[in-house]
Write a protein that binds this ligand. Structure first.
Ligand SMILES: [Zn+2]
Length: 159
């Protein structure tokens, strides 16, 4: 009997933890959205389709809403990081750069790394208490795709 109660309690607790953490990620997203809106006038749109983007010319962000809330927050921080790299550095416009040249590929990978770094710094600045290990897992997965692309763009469609 005691075991059954303990088991139900553990299931209930993990369910509550799940709801609480989703609330935490949702609140985090709202904070990032507010910051982007106030500081940069950048709107965020959530669409149920693959891909997370920062549109340089429109200055807007698109997030894949089919991801978990946790991943939506991490990718939102990353896309916000792109907006911040554009704000703090002189990047040559991408359309002026010849695709597949080494310099272009290195620039792209460089910006991707910067955007993840600045995304994490933004999380700290906004007081979001996140698990860096989990953020890093998403960071590594996404960066690896860019590194694969940079190695051989003509054979890689994913980026
Ligand atoms: Zn990126």
């Amino acid at each position: 009997m005691f075991k059954i109660i303990l088991c139900i309690w553990q299931k209930l607790k993990s369910f509550l933890d799940y709801i609480m953490s989703d609330k935490k990620f949702g609140r985090g997203m709202k904070k990032v959205e507010r910051y982007l809106s106030i500081e940069y006038n950048i709107p965020v749109e959530y669409l149920p389709q693959p891909g997370n983007y920062y549109y340089t010319e429109e200055e807007s962000i698109q997030i894949d809403s089919t991801q978990t809330l946790e991943d939506q927050l991490y990718t939102l921080l990353h896309e916000a990081g792109h907006a911040l790299t554009r704000d703090t550095r002189e990047w040559p416009p991408r359309h002026d750069r010849k695709l597949y040249r080494y310099r272009y590929r290195v620039d792209v990978v460089h910006e991707e790394i910067m955007a993840w770094e600045l995304g994490w710094e933004l999380a700290i600045k906004l007081g979001l208490k996140l698990d860096y290990k989990k953020y890093n897992k998403v960071r590594v997965k996404c960066l690896f795709e860019y590194i694969r692309w940079a190695n051989n763009p003509s054979e890689y469609e994913g980026v």
